[in-house]
Every structure is written in C-alpha cells, then in structure tokens.
Ligand binder design. Structure first.
Ligand code: ADP
Ligand code: ADP
Length: 228
C-alpha cells in the first residue's frame, strides 16, 4: 500500500508513538525529523553541527536545512515504494508548501491525510518529563503512562532506555511556546485543503491508535484506498 500521512501535534502529543504503531500495521516507513536531526547531531555531521544549537534551545531548525533533509529522505527506495508517515515535519507553512512541492516533483504523489493529535498543556508537560527512548529502535516509553515491561529496558531490543537532552523543564517550555506560535496557521492550512482529521490525544495509546486506524478505514471505503 502507498500512503503519505502527516502527524501534527505538540511535543509530547504522541506523534512518534502513533506513527510507529501505524508503521508496524501498514508497512509504511516513518520519517521523524527530530530523530534524523538527533542522529546527525550524534554523528557530528555537517547538518548535525548546523542544527545542534537550535535543537538544544528548543527552537526550530531553519526551514532550508530541514526541507533539504526531508526531500533527500523521500528519494530513498522505501519511501518511493510505500510513501511516508511523517512525524514532526512540517512544522511551518514554508515547510508544508515545500513538502507538497517535493512530493509532487520527486514522487508525483500527494498527501493523503493529516492527523492533528490534540493534547492539553498540563498533560504534555507530564508526558515529556517521563519520556524515555530506545537507542536502537527509537520506541518511546513513559515512566508511568506507557512503561516498558522491565524498568528502563526496551521491550523489543532489551537496550537501556535514554532521556532526550531537550526534555528538560526549561527547554520543554520553549518548545511548547514555539509549537503554539506555529500550529494554528498550519492546522488552518491543511483544513482549507480538506485534509485535516482532529484526534483526541488524551485517550490511551491504544484508543488513539484505533481512532486513527478507524478514520483511515472509513476513507478506505472510497475507491482511492484499500487497507486490505
Ligand atoms: P511526540 O512524538 O508527539 O513528541 P511521543 O510519541 O514521544 O510524542 O510521546 C511522548 C510521551 O508520552 C512518551 O513518553 C510516550 O510514551 C507518552 N505517550 C504517548 N502517547 C500517549 C498516550 N496516548 N497516553 C499517555 N502517554 C502517551
Ligand atoms: P517532539 O517530540 O518534542 O515533537 P521532535 O523530535 O519532533 O520533538 O523535534 C526535536 C527538535 O528538533 C525540535 O525542538 C526542533 O529543534 C528540531 N526539529 C524537529 N523537526 C523540525 C522541523 N520540522 N523543523 C524545524 N526544527 C525541527
């Protein structure tokens, strides 16, 4: 199956969690802009060195850097064949326009649907302060809300989980502020295009996932898509 889906939402809304679950169900690979940036920072690539200060301050990395990063990922065979579940990109109108153009020119494809996962500020702060991640498969856990089976170990890889360096209190506040400055125009942009689905992200991980899946199933009853 070929699909391009976008997950919009605040830091901590559950974009990464949901994109991964859906990827396992549908066999469509994810693209997480944050994950790619963290990997580049860790490997000290040119992109990583340019992006590092922005990520550490919780600010947006400049559009041109992120757009060329995502465009080159979209050219990889797995994405050309299956489409992409986009987590964390786009984050600005400029990025949204660049994505539409890149999909059209690189792949002759379009965005199928945009899922906006909505969660209130209090819940977001709690989620970010308890988040931990597997260094091998990037699966995300939460100390109390979504704990691993064995404390601090990934259920799939057994690796020791780590905390993101930008999940500190001060950086989190900045990230949330940056998010709220950008989200309304972005949501309006996709709403006007008729692509937006709003999901209540304050439900359990499983419930949010089944709601997204159900919405896709409803659309599958139109001739363009089959989830079979
Ligand atoms: P995002 O990618 O939007 O920043 P994550 O998927 O990393 O968000 O989730 C943030 C934190 O919240 C993680 O610790 C994750 O385990 C937890 N989480 C995700 N979805 C839910 C949910 N529906 N209910 C409770 N906790 C959740
Ligand atoms: P979260 O899980 O909090 O939503 P991400 O992992 O998506 O965070 O992003 C972490 C950081 O990487 C952001 O705070 C920002 O500095 C940078 N970043 C990620 N995606 C983008 C993007 N699309 N545009 C600009 N900066 C980005």
């Amino acid at each position: 199956m070929y699909l391009n889906l976008i997950f919009l939402g605040a830091p901590g809304a559950g974009k990464g969690t949901q994109a991964k679950l859906l990827s396992e169900k549908l066999g469509i690979p994810t693209i997480s802009s944050g994950e790619i940036l963290r990997d580049n920072i860790c490997r000290r690539t040119r992109l990583g060195l340019e992006a590092q200060d922005f990520v550490e301050r919780g600010e947006l990395v400049p559009d041109d850097l992120v757009v060329s990063m995502i465009t080159s990922v979209l050219r990889l065979p797995a994405y050309q064949q299956n489409g992409a579940l986009l987590d964390g990109f786009p984050r600005s109108i400029e990025q949204a326009k660049a994505l539409t153009l890149a999909l059209k020119t690189v792949l002759n494809q379009e965005i199928y649907r945009v899922f906006y996962i909505k969660v209130g500020k209090g819940e977001l702060a709690q989620r970010l302060s308890g988040r931990s991640i597997c260094p091998v498969c990037n699966t995300t856990y939460h100390d109390t809300k979504n704990p691993p089976l064995v404390t601090q170990r990934c259920n799939k890889e057994g690796a020791t989980l780590y905390r993101r360096s930008d999940d500190t209190y001060a950086t989190t506040l900045n990230r949330l502020q940056v998010y709220f400055n950008h989200i309304i125009p972005l949501v309006d942009y996709y709403d006007r295009k008729g692509l937006l689905e709003i999901i209540n992200g304050e439900q359990s991980v499983e419930k949010v996932n089944s709601e997204i899946y159900q919405k896709l199933g409803e659309m599958a009853r139109t001739p363009q898509l089959s989830l079979a």
